[in-house]
Design a protein around this ligand. Sequence first.
Ligand code: PFF
Ligand code: NA
Length: 447
Amino acid sequence: MSQRETWATRAGFILAAVGSAVGLGNIWQFPFKTSEYGGATFLVVYLIAALGIGLPAMLAEFVIGRKSNLNAISAFEKLGHGNWKWVGVLGVGTGFWILSYYSVVGGWVLRYLGGSLTGAYFADPAGYFGSISAGLDALVLHAVFIALVVAIVAGGVEEGIEKATKLMVPSIVVILGVLAVWVVTLPGAAPGYGYFLSPDLSTLSLSVSFDPLPSFSGPLTDVIPFAVSQAFFSLSLGMGAMITYASYVGEDQSLFSDSLTVVVLNSAVGVLAGLVVIPLLFVQGIEPGSGGAGALFVSLATAFGELPAGRLVGVVFFAVVLIAALSSAISLLEVVTSYVVDNYGARRPRIASALGALIFLLGIPSAIDTAWLGWFDTLAYQLLLPLSVLGVLVFTGWVYGRPAVAELLSGSSLGEGVGLTWLWLARTIVILAVLLTLWLGVQTLFV
Ligand code: PFF
Ligand code: NA
C-alpha cells in the first residue's frame, strides 16, 4: 500500500468536513423538508437530533476513521476483526445511492447559474423549472455535474478537496445573510417567520402503547423520521464520508472540538437558508409543503426576477450553492475512491472516472423524472440513513467499545469522564433514538 495522504494543515480536516456537511442538504433539502413536515416543530426536532444524535454519531465515525487510518469499508473490517465489514458496505452504498440524485439537483444548480446570467428564468420561473428538471436537459446537466466532481476527486485529497472548500463557508454565510435581511423587508414575509421559528407546543408530542409491539401516535410520528434523517443527511453521517475524512487526521487533533464546529456551522447554515426560503414562500403565496422538490428553485427564481439587481444576486447565489454542492459531492465520491485506492492500489483518476460513470447511470431515473428522485430520496431517509447510522453506533458502542474512548480523547484536553459519558450515551439513548427513527421511518414507507 502506498503512503497514505494526510491533510496539509490542521484546518484542512475541519474545512473539508464542513465542506462535506454544508451543501444542498442545508440550502435545498432543509427548507423544503421543514416546510413540508411541520415548520417549527421540524426545526426543533432537527436541532435536538443534530446535537443529541448527530454529534455522538459523528464522534463515532471520527474515531473509527482516525483509529483505523483506512477507508470506510476496511476500517470496520480491521477494527471488527473481519466481521463488521457490512456496516462499511452499507454506508458506502448509501453514499452511492444518495450521490446519484444529489448530482441531479447539482445539475439544476448549474443550470440556474447559467440562467441567472442570461435572465432565462425570469419570465416563467415555474415553467423553467419544469423544463430543465426532466428529460435530456436534466440528463446532460447531471452528467456535467458528475464530471466536475470526478475532476476534483481525481486531483487527490490535498490539492483537490482541501482547496475547494476554503472559501465556501464564509461566502455562503455572507450571501445567505444578505438575502435574509432583504427578505425581511418584503411584504407578506412575517407569517413565514412564525411558521419557521415558533413551534406549537402541542405538536411536540408522541405517545406509545405496547401490544406487544410498540405502536406510536401523535404529531411527532411523522416529523421524527424526516427530521432525524435530515440531521444525518445534513451532517454527512451514515455514508462513510466522515470516517474517510477522519482517516487522514493526525492523533494530535481534537476530534471533539472539530465535530462541534461541524454541527454548529452546519445547523447555522441550514437555519439561515430557512430564514431566506421559508418567508419567501409566504411572500409568493406558496403553501408550505405544496411546492415539492422544485419549490426552492421556483421561489428563489421568482424573487431574483423581482430584485433590482436580480441577475447579479442570482449568479452569486447559485455560484455559492454550486460550490457547496460540489464540496459535499466530492466527499461521497472520495469515500468509494479511497476504498478502491487503498485495496487495489489502482490509479485515482481512473477509479474516480469509473465510479462517476456508475453514479451517472444510477441517477438516470432521477434525472428524467422528479418522481423517481423523490423515491430515491425517501428510501435514503426512511431506511438507508438510519440503518447505516445504527450500524456505526452499535459497532462503536458495543463491539469496539472501550478503546474508542482513548481514541476520542487523543489530542484533546477533555477528561476521561467526557469520553465515558459519550460511550455510554452512544450505547444506550442514542441507539434507542435511532431505532425509534428507523421504526417510524420504515412504517412511512409502507403507508
Ligand atoms: N451533507 C451534505 C448536505 O447537507 O448537502 C450531503 C451529503 C454529503 C450527504 C456527503 C452525505 C455525504 F456523504
Ligand atoms: Na448539510
